[in-house]
Design a protein around this ligand. Structure first.
Ligand code: SF4
Length: 455
């Protein structure tokens, strides 16, 4: 058994990480699908979209070949509608609520149609939005992820000058660094960021860490308002013996390395155990398999009924040949010469609890998995230290805000994963919109100008 990199040929990497949701091959295929839509009044697909994209409208626009109008409809609600078309868990959002499900027919392929409209707009750089004349107001945004970009774009449209401070060397946040490469390519992520900032009035300063290279005090002095969207990122520890052994990694770093260093550079074992059943766990497991691992086993302490990932996500892992062990909790990692060799799990029983959620109770019965790599995907923790050190009110380490992103400090707003603890990209986009709205109201109020047109 060995953990090593460069296991496959260039062609195999290319094949294993090619687009899992290919686009429509022809215009006709897109039009046929678009014409299936019933253009429902009170469309449930729109209601289930966290950014409220007008789905029947953009689909209708596709049927008349009005792709610019269609892309505009999508981007007006969700400026990352291109990326969301690739990474959203649509089976539990828009497509999951499409009325065709009740007729026991395939729901409309909303994500694929959304991709059809937005991809052209992004690759051909259609200038669909115009920025209002500059108001002279300046806002600093921390983090060039979905919440930060969405907030920045909405502010820039209203003539506010935005500077985004980003600790990484590329923008896109979770989209660029935290999602399986077969769902969205680094090239697309870059194009999407470029498309968003092409509106003008948005500068991104990369490799700049909040709290280290730039402080909140400095930002408050230099800008009229600050929007914090620094996400979550710290992997939750298991707190079991053997966690420090060579070959034990966390899923967030594993996925980050794949996105940042390229497929051949990332070492993977022959026998890999992935702990967790969230989307990050699935992305780690499937990518470990696609990097050349022989056996990948997901270990989860509850059942399929309670798993955080969608059934569609789980099926990707199963189709890739990953196995799943339900009702098993890792209790110890064993090794030899400092390297991991076995994962000890105790069988779990679920018992009814007062809060209505069945609680896992660990039994004495054990199973032992031979492994040379363990990937921990037991959730993420907020940057609690960052929140505390800036005297922001916090909610278990996350920034506490009102519903529109107002924090406990005047002129400082926050949204996305650093507030909600880690949700979907589409939720972060909506948070960015809400934050921008609150900031615009704040700037307007501060100016004592309530005519609703100027800041
Ligand atoms: Fe079209 Fe389905 Fe939405 Fe109705 S629910 S508007 S059929 S996508």
């Amino acid at each position: 058994m060995a953990v090593r990199n460069n296991r496959l040929s260039a062609e195999e990497y290319q094949q294993h990480f090619s687009d899992i949701h290919p686009p429509f091959e022809t215009r006709d295929a897109a039009l046929v699908e678009a014409n299936r839509c019933l253009f429902c009044y009170d469309a449930p697909c729109t209601k289930s979209c966290p950014t409220s994209i007008n789905v029947p409208k953009f689909i209708k626009q596709i049927t008349t070949d009005n792709l610019k109008g269609s892309a505009y409809t999508i981007f007006s609600s969700n400026i990352m509608g291109g990326g969301c078309a690739k990474v959203c868990p649509v089976e539990k959002l828009c497509e999951g609520s499409c009325v065709y499900n009740f007729m026991e027919e395939e729901p409309i392929a909303i994500a694929r149609l959304q991709r059809y409209a937005t991809e052209r707009a992004i690759t051909e750089k259609w200038p669909l939005f115009e920025r209002k004349p500059s108001t002279g107001k300046k806002v600093a945004v921390i983090g060039a992820g979905p919440a930060g970009l969405s907030c920045a774009h909405a502010l820039s449209r209203e003539g506010v000058d935005v500077t985004i401070y980003e600790k990484e060397s590329k923008g896109g946040g979770l989209m660029t660094y935290g999602i399986a490469a077969y769902k969205v390519t680094p090239q697309f992520c870059q194009e999407e960021v470029d498309y968003i900032i092409a509106i003008g009035g948005i500068e991104i300063r990369y490799n700049t860490t909040f709290g280290k290279d730039i402080t909140l005090d400095e930002l408050q002095q230099q800008y009229d308002a600050v929007y914090l969207a620094f996400g979550v990122g710290l992997a939750r520890q298991l707190y079991i013996p053997g966690e420090q052994l060579d070959g034990v990694v966390d899923a967030i770093s594993f996925i980050y390395d794949i996105r940042n260093s390229g497929f051949p550079a990332v070492p993977v074992g022959d026998q890999v155990a992935v702990i967790g059943m969230g989307m990050t766990a699935i992305d780690a497991a499937t990518q470990a398999k696609r990097l050349g691992a022989k056996d990948v086993t997901l270990v989860y302490r509850r059942t399929q009924q309670e798993m955080p990932c969608t059934e569609a996500e789980m099926n990707i892992a199963l189709l890739d040949g990953c196995k799943i062990i339900w009702l098993a909790a890792p209790t110890e990692i064993l090794g030899e010469d400092g390297k991991v060799t076995q994962l000890v799990c105790n069988i779990v029983k679920l018992e009814d609890a007062a809060n209505g959620r069945r609680q896992p109770v660990i039994t004495d019965e054990q199973i032992i998995l031979p492994v040379d790599m363990v990937i921990k995907a037991a959730g993420q923790m907020p940057f609690e230290e960052l929140v505390h050190s800036h005297q922001l009110n916090n909610d278990h380490g996350k920034i506490a805000t009102t519903s529109n992103g107002v924090t406990s400090i005047a002129g400082v707003f926050a949204g996305g994963d650093c507030v909600n603890g880690g949700k979907e990209v589409v939720d972060a986009v909506q948070a960015g919109k809400d934050g921008a709205k609150a900031i615009l109201e704040y700037l307007q109020h501060r100016n004592g100008n309530n005519d609703g047109n100027h800041l």
